[in-house]
Design a protein around this ligand. Structure first.
Ligand code: GLN
Length: 198
């Protein structure tokens, strides 16, 4: 195959610049996606962290929500972190009134699952698909996956058993933010999925 892997980062809101920087560091050709035409030109897409209810409103206002749903249904590889994972979930618990997701991942995700007693924290997670060493995971007002369908593979759980990283076909989701740690293995894993889907 010639040329670099073309990956988009949904750039409506949130920490899309951090994702773009990691993907570029890994050699991908990165497009910030704000319009349907930009979505059509990429072979994979990252949904960043941020605020899922705002991302949802903006995606609808920019006429991107339905094109995103179609792209996901057609098999576009998509990686969602934190708010991005919420966007990928088929069901959201504790969304704001009227909040919609894009869906695709057969999971139920609870927003802000760690509540005010533990807004943000960091921990090391063993993630077998990424090998050693463990991944240093940063959680910021993070969701957890409360239910996962049979087609969903669990990639990482907290010590208490709560599910925080999942994969289903071309879709990948993490409750935490690998884009802020300097550990590029999750993005490299995603780029492999994008290349394999081509
Ligand atoms: N709590 C945010 C939401 O509901 C997610 C936080 C994040 O992406 N760091 O969308």
């Amino acid at each position: 195959m010639t040329g670099r892997t073309r990956v988009g980062v949904l750039a409506l809101q949130g920490d899309f610049r951090e994702h773009a920087a990691v993907l570029a560091q890994l050699g991908a050709e990165v497009t910030l996606v704000r319009r349907p035409a930009e979505l059509e030109a990429v072979d994979g897409l990252v949904l960043p962290g941020g605020e899922s209810s705002v991302m949802d409103k903006l995606a609808r206002a920019f006429d991107l929500a339905d094109p995103l749903r179609s792209a996901i249904r057609d098999g576009l590889p998509v990686y969602g972190t934190c708010a991005g994972l919420i966007m990928l979930a088929d069901h959201i618990v504790d969304g704001i009134a009227g909040q919609e997701s894009l869906g695709g991942l057969d999971v139920t995700v609870r927003r802000n699952a760690f509540g005010s007693q533990l807004d943000s924290f960091e921990t090391d997670l063993a993630i077998p698909v990424l090998g050693d060493p463990p991944v240093h995971a940063v959680f910021i007002r993070a969701p957890v996956v409360e239910r996962a369908g049979t087609a969903v593979t669990a990639l990482a759980t907290l010590d208490d058993g709560r599910l925080v990283a999942v994969e289903q076909g071309n879709l990948l989701g993490t409750s935490f933010h690998p884009e802020v740690t300097g550990d590029t293995r999750f993005h490299a894993y995603f780029l492999d999925k994008v290349r394999m889907a081509l």
